[in-house]
Design a protein around this ligand. Structure first.
Ligand code: CTP
Length: 474
């Protein structure tokens, strides 16, 4: 079997792969595997693949456009006593920020009204296949396609039999037959019906077709004195199963790892009202913290003064000066990975004025500067608590790669993320970044140049690389 070396691919292909893998939060190798898998499945183009995936695919469900960016479910309510629970299901789904559009079978209308479903879903409810208003633009096709998932609750024995045999003689069965989205059934029926060989055959067929089910549960039936398997799963269970299909849990390759990140500028006081600062926005460091958290890491973010909110689930320490930052960083050790994205001021004034400096006839006050501690170098050179992976940044306005390489010796870190911060690049304060990842490998330094990306994409690509090096995915 031939092997593929990504480094040897042509630059355009590499740039495409890096961008795509960064966007999807995967390593380049994983991305190549996904692309090959898609090709093998006959899904060369991911966008079109969405339409080609069989309804039963257990792949992450592609998103249908919705105004609020929330996923959308077409909820088919079948005719059974459990239909009343479908009303509660609408509420449970909406609590999870899922939009719901209901289809009621004629049997369902014996148990609940379209008005109730409409009031809870805040959407028009669909009932008839031969409804001129909804069918003039192929309404059943739209109901089947303009959603991310189709849920059938309660899924009656009759509805499942129709599905298993491909019937389409009412709106619900026509939607199910026309569906190219995943389908989740919540069966509900009398235990004798559930255990009937015909139902068993149909359920088996539907599962073979890749249709998902939740329940039925065991318990008492609506019919007096009857009990067994056949009760519809509770609305909370169905909502959780649907949510799981819509938002499958992401891999957490950095679970159990502690990651420290510095971000933003530092402010070095001159007097109580003035300070030395720089233009760093902190966006790149914050984006890395968010990406590391999403990968499951326990993240400590030590940030200089920035106008960014604390990201959820991250312990954020706000500091002013380089010396404050160093103290917080030292207190956060030990960590598995330390990433120094802060633009630390190199100098501070020797003695900070306790009062505001005044203009005098003697002219400008002399500002004597002294060098700040180098946080990255201090941590890289620690004997006992040195993190196993230390990553620095090199913000340069010229000779990017050479200057970045020279920093390895001075700083003692393992990787350097070098970025061009010349005014023309728009990086300082902007949303995009062009970076090169330099890694020390023995006496050599490898340089991996990434295409222009958003700071979130750079963060995802960096975290993915870190995960391959220190994470559970490595
Ligand atoms: N850094 C640090 N503490 C400092 C200065 C820099 O931790 N006092 C870290 C930065 O967070 C970054 C790396 O060192 O990860 C390089 O920062 P940079 O400003 O590019 O380099 P300097 O060391 O300041 O060198 P120069 O300004 O001469 O390029």
């Amino acid at each position: 079997m031939a092997s593929l070396t990504i480094r040897k691919l042509d630059d355009t292909l590499k740039a495409y792969l890096r961008l795509r893998s960064a966007k999807n939060g995967r390593s380049v190798e994983e991305e190549v595997r996904v692309i090959l898998r898609e090709l093998a499945d006959g899904r060369a183009e991911p966008a079109e693949a969405v339409a080609a995936v069989p309804a039963a695919s257990s792949a992450p469900v592609p998103r249908a456009a919705s105004a609020a960016g929330e996923p959308r479910i077409t909820l088919i309510i079948g005719g059974g006593i459990a239909a009343y629970k479908a009303l509660d299901l609408i509420r449970r789904l909406k609590e999870r920020h899922i939009q719901v559009r209901c289809v009621l079978t004629s049997a369902a209308r014996q148990f609940i009204t379209p008005l109730a479903a409409s009031a809870l879903s805040h959407e028009r409810v669909y009932t008839d296949l031969f409804d001129a208003e909804s069918e003039f633009d192929a309404g059943h096709i739209r109901l089947a396609r303009e959603c991310d998932l189709i849920v059938v609750a309660p899924a009656t024995a009759d509805l499942m039999a129709k599905m298993a045999h491909g019937h389409a003689d009412d709106l619900a069965s026509a939607v199910l037959l026309a569906a190219n989205r995943p389908i989740l059934l919540a069966p509900a029926m009398n235990p004798l019906m559930w255990n009937n060989p015909a139902t068993r055959r149909n359920v088996l067929q539907l599962r073979r077709d890749g249709i998902h089910t939740v329940g039925p549960n065991a318990g008492e039936m609506a019919e007096a004195g009857e009990a067994g398997v056949g009760r519809m799963a509770e609305p909370t269970e169905i909502a959780a199963a649907a949510d799981h299909m819509l938002r499958p849990p992401q891999p957490r390759p950095l679970a159990g790892k502690r990651v420290l990140i510095t971000a933003g500028p530092t402010h070095e006081a001159i007097d109580p009202v003035r300070y030395i600062a720089n233009r760093s926005s902190g966006k790149q460091g914050f984006a890395i913290a968010v990406a590391a958290r999403a990968a499951g890491a326990d993240v400590v973010l030590v940030s200089g003064p920035v106008e960014l909110h604390d990201p959820a689930g991250i312990s954020v320490m706000r500091v002013e000066s380089a010396r404050d930052m160093l103290h917080r960083v030292e207190a956060a050790l030990p960590v598995d990975v330390a990433i120094f994205a802060a633009a630390v001021a190199d100098w501070r004034v020797v003695s900070e004025g306790t009062q505001k400096l005044k203009k005098t006839s003697a002219g400008m006050p002399p500002l004597q500067l002294v060098e700040n501690p180098d946080i990255l170098a201090t941590i890289s050179k620690l004997k006992d608590k040195r993190p196993p992976l230390v990553i620095g940044f090199a913000a340069e306005t010229e000779h990017l790669i050479d200057n970045a390489k020279a920093k390895f010796a001075r700083k003692g870190c393992d990787w350097i993320v070098a970025n061009d911060v010349s005014p023309a690049s728009g990086v300082m304060g902007g949303d995009r970044n062009t970076v090169h990842l330099l890694a020390r490998e023995g006496k050599d330094v490898t340089v991996d140049s990434w295409p222009v990306m958003t700071k979130e994409e750079v963060a995802a690509a960096l975290v993915s690389r870190i995960a391959r090096t220190v994470g559970t995915a490595s």
